[in-house]
Design a protein. Sequence first.
Length: 194
Amino acid sequence: MMELTGRQVEDIDRLITPCGEVVVTDEKEERVLFSVRRYGFAPYRIFVGTPDEQVIEPIANYEICIDSRRLRLGERYRIRMSGIRLEFGGTDERTIGVVGTANGYSLGLGAYDPNDEEKMDQDIAASEDRLLYDKSRFVQYDLEMLPDFSGFSFELLDRSVAELRFLVAWIGNPRPENARFRDAYEGAVNCWTT
């Protein structure tokens, strides 16, 4: 499991969590180095308005930073989590997240999509049979959720961004077998990462 001794750890090829590991790979499945920084999250209130109401905070909250100079324009990369089955977590103002619970922890992985509004505009204007976006109007990088929800794929489109950032957080879940607790804790990590 990753523990930052300082504010940042640089040039690592995986982030080990209680649920598995996060890696970034290129099209040839070769790992891409990244940095990890501590990231602040606000406490989250669960079971609001019930006798079980409480405030929780993540055990770990990190920003995964990929230096764009390590990426080739036009190549598709993946950031994914292994060791846990993730599901769609949710979205919030240009962000998207995946969440899951395993080994007594709930974990979330989230990403910022700089082209979210453009994709929505294209969706509204599209006909029923259109399958692909016109990326000529996209900026920075193209982001897509992986079909199995294990993370995201992305493609650097230009050099206007110094680094790509993804958020990851996890928290011990005292009753992961209970759907109410699982949903509440996954809701918290989704909030922290989107």
